[in-house]
Design a protein around this ligand. Structure first.
Ligand SMILES: [Cu+2]
Length: 169
């Protein structure tokens, strides 16, 4: 079969571009751990959170593993309830954890759709009332990281954030 010289070049270029896209997809999934949003892990009645594991929001150390925590977080207009006694000047929770902490996050909303993003970490969850969002974060570097609501949720949205302070042991 005869293929014209320029047509052959174009076939090679297109094959190379498709190969680069596929390599980026594989690298994103394998190296950077990027996953598509999946269906929620469980459903919950947003009006009856007081009868669920979200009745007492907080960060609870794992009973079996060192420096592993389970976090139950309720987003509501316009704050994240993480059960911390330490607050910033706006009344938002401040969480202190040791460096290397692995946190299994369970988050739900008591009212409207919120966002859940921890800066400089691979955490970006949409919080939908009635759904339980689940993700895991490992704080490898000491520092101060904000947790932000990044979905517009009403007139107090811009003050809806919390702070993780990761400390050297
Ligand atoms: Cu918001």
């Amino acid at each position: 079969m005869h293929i014209d010289r320029f047509e052959r070049y174009w076939i090679i270029i297109i094959a190379a571009v498709l190969g680069a896209f596929f390599a980026a997809l594989v690298a994103g999934a394998v190296i950077f751990g990027i996953r598509l949003p999946s269906t929620p892990d469980s459903f919950i009645n947003p009006l009856g959170l007081s009868e669920t594991e979200f009745a007492n929001p907080g960060i609870y150390p794992s009973l079996t593993e060192d420096n592993v925590y389970d976090a139950y977080i309720v987003a509501r207009m316009w704050r994240f309830d993480i059960g911390s006694d330490e607050k910033d000047e706006l009344g938002n929770d401040i969480i202190r954890l040791p460096v290397g902490a692995r946190v299994n996050i369970y988050v739900t909303s008591a009212d409207v759709t919120h966002g859940f993003l921890i800066e400089r970490h691979n955490v970006n969850v949409q919080i939908i009332p009635g759904h339980v969002g689940q993700t895991t974060v490992v704080f490898r570097e000491p520092g101060t990281y904000r947790l932000l609501c990044h979905e517009y949720c009403g007139r107090g949205h811009q003050q809806m954030h919390s702070t993780f302070i990761i400390e050297e042991e």
